[in-house]
Write a protein that binds this ligand. Structure first.
Ligand code: PRP
Length: 213
C-alpha cells in the first residue's frame, strides 16, 4: 500500500492533475465527505487528509509514504528525515512582511528598537530578521495574523500573501518579500527504499507533469 498525505483545499485541488498524470484518481471529494482516508482507482494507493502543518510529520514518521506540503510548512518543520525530490510549482504565493498602511516601516526598523513581529512562521521570521540584523520579539500566532498590527499586539506580521486582498481589506501593506512559496513533494526515506518501484513511478509521473513558469 502507498499512502499519500494531502491537505484539503488548494494543495489537494492542485495535486489532482499531477495524480492523474500518474494514473491515480481519488474516488471521493473531500469537500463532500467526512472521511479522512480516501480510496483511489488503484487498490494499492490511498490518500490521507491531514492538517497542512502535519503533512511533514506524517511523512517523517511513516504515517504516510509521500506528501505534498508548502515550502513554508516544510521550513518550519525543519525537513529532517524527508527526501524532497520535487518542486511541484503549485499553490504558489509568497512570504512577506506587512505593517499598517499608516506606519513607516523603514523608520520603525531604523530606530534600532526591538520590532514586535507576530507570525505563525517563527523559524522563517527569525532567520529573515537575523540576516537583516534587526532585533525582533516574535509573537507566535496560529491564524488571523492581520489583526496583530491593528490591535497593537505587534508592529509587523510575517504571513503568506497571494492576491494581497486580505492585507488590503485590513489596511496593511506588504513592505518586504521574504521568499517565494510553492508546494513540494516529500517522501519518507525508508519507504523510498522499501517501496522503490511504485514510489519512483509516482515521482517520475509528477516530474513529467509539473508546469514550468
Ligand atoms: C492565507 C494567509 C492570508 C491569506 C492571504 O491564509 O494567512 O491570510 O491567505 O491570501 P490573499 O493575499 O490572497 O488575500 P489562509 O486562507 O491560507 O488560511 P490561514 O490563515 O489558516 O493560513
Amino acid at each position: 500500500m502507498i499512502t499519500l498525505a494531502l491537505s484539503k483545499g488548494r494543495i489537494f485541488d492542485e495535486t489532482l492533475p499531477l495524480l492523474k498524470a500518474a494514473g491515480i484518481e481519488v474516488l471521493e471529494d473531500p469537500e463532500k465527505s467526512r472521511k479522512l482516508i480516501l480510496p483511489t482507482n488503484q487498490a494499492s494507493v490511498r490518500v490521507v487528509l491531514v492538517r497542512a502543518s502535519d503533512v511533514p510529520t506524517y511523512v517523517e514518521y511513516g504515517g504516510a509514504d509521500l506528501g505534498v506540503t508548502g515550502l513554508d510548512t516544510l521550513i518550519e518543520h525543519g525537513g529532517q528525515g524527508l527526501y524532497q525530490p520535487l518542486d511541484l510549482n503549485i499553490a504558489k504565493c509568497r512570504m512577506s512582511v506587512a505593517v499598517r498602511a499608516d506606519d513607516d516601516y523603514a523608520a520603525l526598523v531604523r530606530t534600532g528598537a526591538r520590532l514586535k513581529v507576530a507570525t505563525k512562521y517563527t523559524a522563517i521570521a527569525r532567520d529573515f530578521f537575523a540576516t537583516k540584523g534587526v532585533h525582533v520579539d516574535l509573537i507566535k500566532l496560529y491564524g488571523s495574523m492581520e489583526l496583530a498590527p491593528l490591535t497593537g499586539l505587534a508592529d509587523a506580521i510575517v504571513d503568506l500573501v497571494s492576491t494581497g486582498n486580505t492585507l488590503k481589506a485590513n489596511h496593511l501593506v506588504e513592505v518586504e518579500r521574504i521568499m517565494d512559496i510553492s508546494s513540494r513533494l516529500v517522501v519518507n526515506q525508508a519507504a523510498l527504499k522499501l517501496k522503490q518501484a511504485p514510489i519512483r513511478a509516482i515521482i517520475d509521473a509528477f516530474a513529467g507533469a509539473v508546469k514550468k513558469d
